[in-house]
Design a protein around this ligand. Structure first.
Ligand code: MG
Length: 377
């Protein structure tokens, strides 16, 4: 009954492809609510609080972390989901888990770990998020991982290279057959971008690395900035920034909901199985798509490649590489959970990657000091 209000094309417990290890359905929650709750209770979720995307965790208490980012994705996703009568608990589960596999120090950390892992199958944060929920979390008596439903895991695996997909069984099939995931997974994909583009504007302005004058080059920002100033002429700048961002998020959510609804009407899928056989339906209108792209390009050029961010990224890469090298040269430095007797080079590298990827920013810096500084703690 808890899913009776959902649209026919929504993901539903009754049509779920289930869990890897059979478990009775919960009596007071849906299967997707249980997934969401398991994610909230896992250790990797708590560590998101001390991992960052752009700014390093210790730089300020006000910047977004991967935890607040994931909560914002879930909130924005829920708004779109409710507009379309989709399964909001599934959206929450995917949103809260989508970044679990990220390394410390954002993209710089992921890029460097991927380089370190080149001869051992590479490192990709999407696949690592899946590895966290399928294997690395060890808190249930009967199985490794969180034993989440297929639909939540399908949503976590946003993209995947073909050769990797071949090893993932049913989960990898859609990348081989080029079919689509659930609408809920499609929504989290886009809401991830809505969340980070908007919060990075906020954090970028707060840090002083970008300015309002620069942002006024963007139509999307300029439109709502001017609208706010016209409506509330004496509004202080900080509040004008918040007002502009909240209006931008509102406009993106509305456009996404309306365009997607139109696509759903056109394709008329009768259930989730039909959704999987159709092209991706969750999309912005053409104009909004252009504006969202320009926003991303702006941030890439002016914030993510700002020399002050580059300096931290360069330091982050050095930390990741030296940690990787020292653990590879002597696995006895790893905690016992991360080793087995006589591992192959490939197994060894994967253990090291798991250990490093699980670190928070500050833990990685502390490990670096412990291992390389004479007076390290
Ligand atoms: Mg994200």
């Amino acid at each position: 009954m808890r899913e009776a209000h959902l649209a026919p094309y929504a993901a539903k417990t009754a049509l779920s492809k289930g869990r890897r290890h059979k478990e009775p359905n919960p009596s007071t929650r849906t299967a997707f609510e249980r997934d969401r709750d398991r994610i909230i209770h896992c250790g990797a979720f708590r560590r998101l609080e001390y991992k960052t995307q752009v700014f390093v965790n210790h730089e300020s208490d006000l910047f977004r972390t991967r935890l607040t980012h994931s909560l914002e994705v879930a909130q924005i996703g829920r708004s779109v989901s409710d507009n379309l009568r989709l399964n909001s608990p599934l959206i929450e589960a995917i949103s809260l888990a989508h970044d679990l596999g990220h390394t410390p120090f954002g993209h710089a950390g992921q890029d460097e770990l991927n380089l370190c892992m080149q001869d051992f199958g590479g490192f990709e944060h999407n696949i690592q998020s899946l590895r966290v929920v399928e294997f690395l979390e060890k808190r249930y008596g009967h199985f490794d991982g969180l034993n989440l439903t297929f639909e939540t895991r399908e949503g976590i695996l946003k993209h995947c290279a073909l050769e990797k997909a071949l090893k993932l069984g049913e989960l990898g099939l859609r990348f081989i057959e080029q079919t689509s995931p659930s609408l809920e997974a499609q929504i989290v994909n886009v809401c991830d971008e809505i969340a980070y583009s908007n919060h990075d504007i906020d954090d970028g302005l707060r840090s002083g690395l970008i300015t309002v004058e620069q942002l006024l080059e963007l139509d999307l920002f300029a439109r709502f900035w001017r609208e706010t100033q016209k409506e509330i002429p004496d509004v202080p700048q900080r509040r004008c920034i918040y007002e502009t961002i909240r209006r931008m998020i509102g406009a993106l959510v509305l456009d996404l909901s309306n365009t997607t609804y139109q696509n759903i009407l056109n394709y008329n899928p009768k259930d989730i199985h039909a959704v999987r056989q159709l092209p991706v339906m969750v999309a912005f209108s053409e104009q909004m798509d252009q504006e969202a792209k320009m926003l991303k390009e702006f941030l890439f050029k002016n914030l993510y490649r700002h020399y002050q961010v580059n300096r931290m990224s360069s330091k982050a890469k050095l930390i990741i590489r030296r940690l990787f090298e020292v653990f590879m040269s002597d696995v006895s430095l790893l905690p016992p959970d991360y080793t087995v007797d006589n591992p192959t080079q490939k197994q060894k590298a994967r253990f090291v990657a798991d250990y490093i990827a699980g670190m928070t920013d500050r833990y990685a810096m502390r490990e670096y000091r412990r291992l390389f500084e004479v007076e390290g703690v």
